[in-house]
Design a protein around this ligand. Structure first.
Ligand code: AMP
Length: 281
């Protein structure tokens, strides 16, 4: 595995692999690797000749009062895990390499970025995500890019980005990886103390309660959401949002008649956590 810092060096490595006829897979990350990241990397490894993992804590997707400076960073550990997982290129640029002096472009995707996390974190969040992902696609030009279903809205945004801008990349959504007690793995779980860590398991239980409601025939949004809210309330959690939306375009869903995205965000202890489940009709 090579650790690469510059756009030029990534391009050279990708061109070299392409000249050998290899398929290129990209896994964008902000580091602090856990099994969720590694599952994406393994899938990319299984489907690609060259696996590029980007490690970049993207400042433009953080708000002024968010955790940019506190975000967990440990490049040495990440590099060791990436090497063990068979990554070929770890692209870990400095902020100035991605956003050089005079950088002035923002990609804004309207209609799907104002809701859910966009409503809570503000419009800059998905502008930052779309802009950095577009740059990574332009830098690496991968055949496929791997994202976690954990960030369900991010996948909707990235799919719209590549569709609207005709970017020739296959977007692969990978399943949510969870701890043994159901908590979705997240780099931000390190912010949880013992009490908050126990409380956080209510998110997955709430999603399961909603799933059970649908399985029992209570498919209207009010019943589904009530089942989930009850589970959160039992653990003292008031969510930032708990909503049922279309997994394709995030339009509100009134009745689970086809697969529907149940998405939740909540502050638990010092962490802001998100989770979701696709509810099957
Ligand atoms: P991050 O470093 O948090 O930006 O995440 C990088 C990628 O890993 C994103 O595509 C996430 O959706 C994905 N990811 C994060 N946590 C998980 C998880 N628990 N299961 C699956 N994918 C995940």
């Amino acid at each position: 595995m090579r650790i690469v810092r510059t756009v030029a060096d990534v391009r050279a490595a990708v061109a070299d692999a392409r000249s050998r006829g290899e398929i290129v897979g990209l896994v964008p990350t902000m580091g602090a690797f856990h099994e969720g990241h590694l599952s994406l990397i393994r899938q990319a490894r299984a489907e690609s000749g060259l696996v590029v993992v980007s490690l970049f804590v993207n400042p433009t997707q953080f708000g002024a009062n968010e955790d940019l400076s506190a975000y967990p960073r440990d490049e040495e550990r990440d590099a060791a895990l990436a090497r063990d997982a068979g990554v070929d290129i770890l692209f870990a640029p400095a902020v100035g390499e991605v956003y050089p002096d005079g950088f002035a472009t923002t990609i804004h995707i309207s209609g799907i970025t104002e809701v859910l996390c966009g409503a809570v974190r503000g419009p800059h969040h998905f502008d930052g995500v779309a802009t950095v992902v577009a740059k990574l696609f332009a830098i690496v030009a991968p055949d496929a890019a791997y994202f976690g279903q954990k960030d369900a809205q991010q996948i909707v945004v990235v799919r719209r980005l590549v569709r609207d801008l005709d970017i020739p990349v296959r977007i692969v959504a990978c399943p949510i990886v969870r701890e043994a007690d159901g908590l979705a793995m997240s780099s931000r779980n390190v912010y949880l103390d013992a009490e908050a860590r126990a409380q956080a398991t209510a998110l997955n239980r709430a999603l399961s309660a909603a799933e059970a409601a649908v399985a029992a025939g209570r498919t209207d949004a009010a019943s589904v959401l009530a089942a989930a809210h009850a589970e959160l309330a039992a653990s003292g959690i008031v969510p930032e949002y708990l909503e049922l939306r279309s997994p394709d375009d995030l339009r509100p869903v009134d009745v689970v008649a086809r697969p529907a995205l149940l998405a939740v965000a909540a502050r638990v202890g010092r962490a802001r956590l998100i989770d979701n489940r696709i509810l099957e009709a």
